[in-house]
Design a protein around this ligand. Sequence first.
Ligand SMILES: [Cu+2]
Length: 136
Amino acid sequence: MKLVNRVLCLGFVPLAILLIACGGDDDSSPTSGAPTAPPPTNPTTTAANPAPSGPSISVADFSYSPAALTVPAGQVAIATRNMGPSPHTFTIDNVVDVQLNAGQSTAIQFSAAAGSYTFYCTLHGRSVMSGQLTVQ
Ligand SMILES: [Cu+2]
């Protein structure tokens, strides 16, 4: 009888560990450790400082530079800088739409699955200002 109890007990320990390990909330935000942070309902956020590393795009003279960019899938962060005198946007239909004001640096963050996306400026049109984002 004791052996049965021991076997049952040992059987439950890994199960309990598994449940604890799976019960964790892995929805962690890299921006702050504040427990009162709202859930990421809005896919588009801007921060005061652009990401220190990673892809970046500068905008001037009605074009993006570079016009083609490859980023890892998931949470995408792109640092942008509008060098020109006119406002522009960084827009991917149904994914992200951020205004880039003249002379301003903007950190764009959004979620994207793997694929190829066309980003463009809604203020000047897809035929004037566009580029290609590859998410892989
Ligand atoms: Cu524009």
